[in-house]
Design a protein around this ligand. Structure first.
Ligand code: 5GP
Length: 198
């Protein structure tokens, strides 16, 4: 992997689809990949750790960072800001690591505009009712927030045509395997392209 610049993968999927679980499983079994840690103004859920799950900051600090152009992208989602730290992503790519951004659809499209060579993946649930069951079962959000997240999920599905790959999370291992294959295929294609232009 020496002298190679990393590739950027954008993973989107409706709230409750299990993105974090799938990506966690992927990370158990893949090399030279890292997941970017976002900043958010959302309050931490029980068990969430600052610097591991998110950088939890307040709105004033978030807006200051927007002003300083410190985000590769940022978006407002169900009343909170979320943003991808530009410097971390750049540093990892420079070091030859592939970087995964686990972000919602508005932010994903902004990344696609800025970095047209990024690879876009959309994780979908086996069904919409499955999503509702999972969100309610998680028990981390109020009914009002769950309703807003489901409404947002419907809107996110409208962007699906912008994505390179659709992964169905009907089985965590299978979904993680599919993403691993996508990453390996992309690395292989990049290597082959380099050979062609040599
Ligand atoms: P949650 O509050 O459930 O952790 O995340 C809500 C949504 O925000 C999810 O769809 C998640 O993928 C997305 N998200 C997390 N970090 C970022 C980010 O840095 N930028 C954007 N645009 N979305 C993010």
């Amino acid at each position: 992997m020496n002298n190679r610049r990393g590739e950027l993968f954008v993973v989107t999927g409706p709230s409750g689809v299990g993105k974090a679980t799938v990506l966690g499983r992927l990370m158990d079994n893949v090399e030279d990949v890292c997941i970017s840690i976002s900043a958010t103004t959302r309050k931490p859920r029980e068990g969430e750790i600052h610097g591991k799950h998110y950088f939890f900051i307040d709105r004033a600090e978030f807006e200051k960072r927007i002003g300083e152009d410190r985000f590769l992208e940022h978006a407002e989602y169900v009343g909170n800001y979320y943003g991808t730290p530009a410097d971390f992503v750049e540093q990892m790519l420079e070091e030859g690591k592939d970087v995964i951004l686990e972000i919602e659809a508005q932010g994903a499209l902004k990344v696609k505009e800025k970095r047209p060579d990024c690879i876009m993946l959309f994780i979908i649930p086996p069904s919409f009712s499955d999503l509702e069951t999972r969100l309610k079962g998680r028990g981390t959000e109020s009914d009002e927030v769950i309703a807003k997240r489901l409404e947002t999920a419907k809107k996110e599905f409208e962007y699906i045509d912008h994505y390179d790959y659709i992964v169905v999370n009907d089985d965590v291992d299978k979904a993680a395997d599919e993403i691993r294959c996508i990453i390996h295929t992309s690395r292989y294609k990049t290597e082959k392209r380099k050979h062609l232009v040599r």
